[in-house]
Design a protein around this ligand. Sequence first.
Ligand code: NI
Length: 257
Amino acid sequence: MLNKIFDTHAHYDDEAFDTDRDILIRSLKESGIINVVNVGASIESCKKTIEVVRQYDFFYGALGVHPSDTAPLTEEDMKWLHDELLNDKMVAVGEIGLDYYWDEPSRDIQKKWFVRQLELAREVNKPVIIHSRDAAADTLDIMKAEKCHEIGGVIHCFSYSKEMAREYLDMGFYIGIGGVVTFNNAKKVKEVAEYVPLESIVLETDCPYLAPVPNRGKRNSSINLPYVVDEISRIKGIEPDEVINQTYNNALRLYRI
Ligand code: NI
């Protein structure tokens, strides 16, 4: 049986795909990758996301600005994002959030635009894709204050504890799991994959980044997702087909497709 896999988080606009983007994307269905959400991370990559989504009928898009790219943002950008998000093929606001691994932009700037983009999601009535790195407490505080259980969405590339996963599950959020779960040293992510019910997990690559074992360190693409499926099925003691089917349905529910 051919797989039916949904990659809920990819960056095919990235320059890492400049040499073979079209050939690669056209080959995805042969590998059982039947839907992809291309995720914006800056205004520039949102523009490219719009192009990619226009070009491939099985692609959807998410538009939003990653915390590391928030410094130059203006209200005009919010207006532009708002208008583009009204397109039916744009299924989420993201990726947005907080990233304290880097010192710039300042935490105040990151928080300001995180809150503003949560408001944007409310305005257009779409779920959010959250990026949160080394910022667990502030992310949770803001999401509770902004009543994110009313907005819904996914915590992408989840890297925190299972106690923290519980908080997001209680908010009705999905947990995005990708290549990191296959890494030998990713004990915490494996624990989270075991703990979180399959009904709340979605598959993601974050490609070109975070390729799973045995391709760790190479350019990632959706074609590698079966390695993630196999690891989740091993951890949970269930068949790979069950992981594929359930996460596919989860993705449709998450993005309201
Ligand atoms: Ni990403």
